[in-house]
Design a protein around this ligand. Structure first.
Ligand SMILES: [Zn+2]
Length: 189
């Protein structure tokens, strides 16, 4: 679904993919396809074209402007609960240390109740932590360490993760995409 190379090379004309209700399939990573995949889906009548690029492709019997936004004809139902993965954990915690709130590059995971004290690896017992906080807390519970968690870790719904994803707009956004995306942060025009 996600092609980081496309975002690094906007000249490649990536296509924003919307669900049948015209909301993006995913905010973070943003759901985009290579235009070749999008064009194929158009011909298979699986998607409708919502907006175009200026750029055209030609075949012997057809000229077509590249789709910049497409919408699936069939609604894709998202599972209610996202998978328990490293990325989703970071996204739930908005890539911030849950103890001090810092957004550092080298984030780690912390077992709230340490494994040595019977803590399990679950949504409710693992949080994102910066290395200094993780080190400071050591093999102690937040209470033992005097480091209370401002937010109780929960198992998020897919909708909640999607909401968090809206805080992370990618560097590249084509102008025709703006009508379909709603970010939680101010974007430079
Ligand atoms: Zn920290």
């Amino acid at each position: 679904m996600f092609h980081p190379d496309l975002m690094r090379h906007p000249d490649s004309c990536p296509t924003l993919v919307l669900n049948a209700d015209y909301t993006p399939l995913s905010y973070y990573p943003l759901s985009i396809w290579p235009w070749q995949t999008a064009v194929k889906a158009v011909f298979l009548e699986r998607v409708d074209i919502v907006a175009h690029y200026e750029r055209e492709v030609h075949s012997p019997n057809l000229t077509m402007r590249l789709p910049s936004v497409i919408a699936l004809r069939q609604f894709v139902k998202q599972s209610q609960f996202p998978a328990f993965t490293r990325f989703n954990l970071f996204l739930r915690d908005t890539f911030a240390c849950q103890y001090c709130g810092s957004h550092v590059r080298d984030l780690t995971f912390d077992h709230v109740v340490p494994r040595a004290q019977g803590g399990r690896t679950t949504w409710e017992n693992v949080v994102t932590a910066c290395a200094p906080c993780n080190l400071k807390k050591g093999g102690r519970t937040p209470k033992q360490a005097g480091m209370p968690l401002p937010i109780e870790p929960i198992r998020p719904t897919s909708w909640q993760l999607q909401e968090h994803g809206r805080r992370f707009p990618p560097n590249y956004l084509h102008e025709t995409w703006h009508d379909w995306l709603y970010w939680d942060v101010e974007l430079d025009a």
